[in-house]
Design a protein around this ligand. Structure first.
Ligand code: HEM
Length: 548
């Protein structure tokens, strides 16, 4: 669910298909074990004129759209340090494929807060959790906006509606509405739905050997739909399910173009056919959301609906004068933001545990002692399963689903930070890698070690709002923009892991290879590379208990 200029990086690294097919998927020259069946330089040299023309147009676009010189504004404070870039493009070409690594290197040279220029934009990169907390939490009134995004604010959410990309008063209202349905209390009332979907998940994996990711996606989509509209899909073959899933994936796909368009606004004027396609997609998507909503309202009026986000929303919608179109926009963000993030986190947990049978053995012992073998664990068992909770927390720290850079915030007014001026409209991005892997905060940070969180009892949501020194990790973002689905994410992550481990040993098949955990797929999120594991029932009683 990550958006906005943040996509620049993914665009450069991943979303230019020519680039991906020539460079990103190319095995390292020394890696003889990975043949490169697709690479052909001649196939791609034909793209070079197109790239040069695009860069030229971007240059012209920058020239005519660049803001006036900022020296006047900077009178109050020194400019933040940062690497020197080239005219017009700034530091774009210095960032490289693994931006978090370049940022971490620059942090060593320029300190925990430095600035770079990307086309027309100024970015402030923060690599220290305390500095990010100071800006985005303590000074949250100034650092909780989002940059204007062409795709998000004009095509996905015409009129800058929705939650993820809106700012100011409108965002506060829509966020409050979503919060009404996704805060801790309402999420607790969804316990039966979450437990039901988790049961369906463990049933679907019984004694199987596979890559579980598609099952995790069905699990998370069904939970969101059940909690949003009190509806679920029985089967992954349901045509409406397939339609909805493709709308979500295609919308996220369009976001890949966003960054370059935001940095070089002239590109909006080019006849790329992008607008037309994206608007057509969104028309269909909104139509489906309207069908869900209209049906829900009818059922709600007849008193036939169960508690869910939509029922909370219906009860509060009029408080802030938000109409049905606002509600569709909000749900589109909730679906987009909640679908893959949790599924990716689950995939990482399974991949990591398959590599650590000794951790599974500890979790199994904890489950046997606290739950026994006659019933599945429930959400109410959380306090008695500290090791399982620690595995979830450590996975979120160690392999954050939304990647190593936070979703950028935007400043509203000029601000002085330790004598340095951060002008209004600056994009502020947290280097999650530097923070989640900070050796001052975590002993041996490169080691996956749930024990570091064994005695942490508060939720990640609660810790995010407390002092930074006690925060577990920064994966759910910052301050007023903190992930609004954090309670749901923690509940579904904990329960599915507890139930999966209660039922199964996660094994590498005979002759198979353990899941790769030190590399990940390049993309707008950070999923593990595809892998295959076996879900071997732990004891005789599993079949009977999950059949009940
Ligand atoms: C492990 C799972 C998840 C992770 C790692 C995650 C992470 C994030 C992050 C990093 C942000 C941006 C925070 C910021 O700007 O500072 C965010 C925002 C958001 N998340 Fe999540 N998320 C997860 C699950 C969910 C779920 C389950 C939902 C909904 C059901 C959800 C809905 C949202 C929404 C709507 C926003 C936008 C909030 C705003 O801009 O005000 N997320 N999430």
């Amino acid at each position: 669910m990550p958006y906005l200029d943040w996509y620049l990086f993914h665009l450069m690294a991943n979303d230019w298909s020519w680039f991906r097919s020539t460079v990103a998927t190319r095995p390292h020259p020394k890696d003889k074990s990975r043949p490169d069946p697709h690479f052909s330089l001649s196939q791609h040299t034909t793209m070079i004129p197109t790239i040069l023309i695009t860069l030229f147009i971007a240059f012209i676009g920058y020239y005519f759209s660049a803001p006036a010189k900022e020296t006047d504004k900077l009178n109050n404070g020194k400019e933040l340090p940062g690497p020197i870039g080239i005219p017009y493009f700034g530091n774009i070409f210095q960032i490289g494929l693994h931006q978090y690594i370049s940022f971490s290197k620059w942090a060593q040279e320029y300190g925990p807060i430095f600035q770079i220029k990307l086309g027309v934009k100024r970015w402030v990169v923060v690599s220290d959790a305390a500095v990010a907390h100071e800006l985005m939490v303590k000074r949250g009134t100034n650092y909780s906006a989002r940059d204007h995004s062409f795709i998000m604010n004009e095509i996905v959410h015409p009129g800058s509606r929705g939650m993820l990309a809106s700012s100011g008063e409108y965002w506060r209202k829509i966020r409050k509405l979503a919060h009404n349905g996704l805060a801790q209390k309402p999420v607790e009332s969804y316990t039966p739905f979450i437990e039901n979907e988790s049961l369906e998940l463990v049933r679907s994996l019984y004694n199987s050997a596979l890559d579980p990711v598609i099952h995790f996606r069905l699990f998370t989509l069904n939970i969101i739909l059940t909690t949003v509209y009190a509806k679920r899909f029985e089967s992954p073959d349901d045509p409406t399910f397939l339609k909805l899933q493709s709308y979500i994936v295609d919308t996220i796909g369009f976001l890949g173009y966003d960054a370059i368009i935001n940095l070089f606004p002239i590109l909006r004027k080019l006849p790329l056919g992008l607008n037309k396609k994206a608007r057509h997609l969104m028309a269909n998507y909104f139509d489906l959301m309207k069908q869900f909503w209209d049906r829900f309202k009818e059922e709600h009026a007849r008193g036939e609906t169960k508690p869910c986000v939509a029922s909370h929303v219906i009860n509060h919608q009029d408080d802030d004068g938000l109409d049905d179109f606002d509600v569709h926009n909000m749900f589109i963000d909730v679906l987009g933001a909640g679908l893959d993030t949790t599924a990716i986190t689950l995939s990482w947990m399974i991949a990591l545990l398959a590599n650590h049978p000794e951790m599974q053995a500890r979790a199994h012992a904890e489950l046997d002692a606290a739950i026994g073998r006659d019933r599945l664990p429930t959400l109410a068992d959380q306090p008695n399963l500290p090791y399982i909770r620690a595995i979830l927390r450590e996975t979120l720290r160690y392999r954050p689903a939304t990647g190593w850079l936070s979703i950028p915030h935007q400043s509203v007014q000029d601000d002085l930070y330790e004598g340095h001026l951060i002008p209004a409209d600056t994009t502020v991005v947290a280097n999650v890698y530097a923070m989640n892997m900070d050796p001052r905060r975590y002993a041996k940070p490169e080691r996956f070690d749930p024990d570091r969180f064994l005695h942490v009892t508060e939720s990640s949501a609660a810790l995010a709002n407390g002092p930074i020194g006690k925060r577990d990790h920064v994966t759910f973002g910052w301050g007023r923009r903190l992930c609004v689905g954090v309670h749901l994410a923690e509940a579904e992550g904990f329960l599915s892991l507890a139930q999966l481990l209660w039922c199964y040993r996660i094994e590498v098949e005979k002759g198979g290879v353990p899941p790769v955990v030190n590399e990940w797929q390049l993309g707008i999120t950070m999923p593990p590379k595809p892998f295959r594991v076996k879900f071997a029932p732990r004891h005789e009683g599993v079949k009977e208990v999950i059949a009940k």
